[in-house]
Write a protein of this length. Structure first.
Length: 231
């Protein structure tokens, strides 16, 4: 009986092993190199992907304005972004229906920005924060990044990779589904200013007196002209 069943059983086992091997081989071969992971934002983006972006959405179709009438700092959303790969520090400001993110990057993810180095991380014996002024190791209380011996910033938001901004925007939209748009920048001046805004909030102060300054700042940082998808 077993001799009679031996060939079919062996044949079935061989067929299963062959299909399994083909499936594995096919998966490896068909693997899309453009797919990024939570810790690697450096892969290339297919052209169609940028059209489906979750940040600066309104600027895809035309000019925008930053005439916000409400402003508050969200500690919760800031903390949630802090847990993401590539994010060292984040400040999330919420307006009427938009979120504005100022962030500082670390090396826990690949491909967050271009190759241009904006921060001097060489380290010095003197001047921990500023090697141009080695006898002054102080850091202004409102500045979280001076560009010396600190984490990375990027002068323009277009220098941040699409995948990195997309991951941040998607997470914010999941946590706060009523958001109309998301703006993300690692500009050092913007980061330091949002740090000072957060400090006001931590003191229990309303940010409404700073609204005009905020609107002028985000208009300068993000612009109002139509923003085409990155290639």
């Amino acid at each position: 009986m077993f001799r009679k069943l031996g060939f079919p059983i062996c044949g079935i086992i061989f067929l299963l092993l062959t299909l399994s091997a083909c499936g594995t081989s096919g998966k490896e071969y068909r693997g899309n190199p453009n797919n990024s992971t939570s810790s690697n934002f450096g892969a290339n983006v297919e052209k169609g992907d940028a059209m489906d972006r979750a940040y600066q959405v309104q600027q895809l179709s035309g000019p925008v304005s930053h005439n916000n009438t409400k402003l508050e700092y969200s500690q919760y959303l800031s903390d949630q972004l802090h847990t993401m790969d590539g994010v060292n520090t984040a400040f999330v400001m919420i307006t009427n229906q938009n979120a504005y993110v100022a962030l500082m990057m670390d090396n826990s993810a690949i491909g967050t920005k271009g190759l241009t180095k904006e921060t001097n991380n060489q380290g010095t014996n003197k001047g921990f924060y500023n090697d141009d002024n080695p006898y002054d190791d102080s850091l202004p209380s409102n500045d979280i990044n001076k560009g010396y011996n600190s984490y990375e910033t990027a002068v323009h938001h277009d220098l941040l990779s699409h995948q990195f901004k997309q991951a941040i925007a998607e997470k914010l939209r999941v946590l706060k589904p009523d958001l109309m748009d998301v703006y993300i920048s690692a500009n050092r001046d913007f980061l330091n200013k949002m740090n000072s805004f957060a400090q006001e909030s931590w003191k229990g102060h309303s940010l409404m007196p700073l609204l005009t300054d905020f609107n002028q700042t985000v208009t300068r940082v993000f612009g109002t002209a139509q923003s085409l998808p990155q290639d």
